[in-house]
Design a protein around this ligand. Sequence first.
Ligand code: 13P
Length: 251
Amino acid sequence: MKKLMAANWKMYKLHSEAKDTAEALVKALKGAAPEDREVLIIPPFTALRSVRKAIKKVPGFALGGQNFFPSMQGAYTGEIAPDMLVDMGCSYALAGHSERRHIMGESDEFVGKKVAFGLERGLSMILCVGETIDERKEGKLAEVVRRQMLEGLAGVPADVVPERLTVAYEPVWAIGTGLTAGPREVLDAHALVRSILQEKFGQKAFEMRIQYGGSVKPENASEILSLDNVDGVLVGGSSLSADSFSKIVTA
Ligand code: 13P
């Protein structure tokens, strides 16, 4: 199973900047992802075309969308359909990112609709889950992650191709804060995610990837990636520069 090394560029980079960063990343990695890694760039929608061009035909690189609305098409002003992402060359999409849950108010149920619909429309889906600092302090980590996963995966068919489903564990308190979950915290949370996947999908759960996200940087990437049940990382801030993200990819 290749580790999934994802760059979530959030609402950063004009398309020319995204193009430059993607090109610099390809160059820094000498024209291909390492054998055991898959590199996924998730830029803003307006940069998809430029990034697609920059990574086209580069072995081991893929493109993803940060969000979509779970419908084929229609009168949904400001939204984008999964088929539009596929049309732009995306093979992945995120659902349930904590910024969408907490800033845009997306519910577990809505996130679940996106995961199921995205898979149906041919995207590989990354379901993001994670607790806030208050939930952790109140001892609710397991309860929160279980709820987010069960509702987020409610519409996923049992015969799903396991490589097409990834869960990203991103503790909210570690996103953009410089705080990283320690090895024990990552091990425990990822073991929990694996066990919930196993309850739902049986043996297939071991072919699904679990990413860690939250202040991943070149200095901590290799330790995080060496932990059990860590099958990749989802990186925000440190993915914005080709120099730091290429170090993470090769960590
Ligand atoms: P940071 O790496 O900036 O903490 O962001 C993590 C994240 O939200 C990735 O989706």
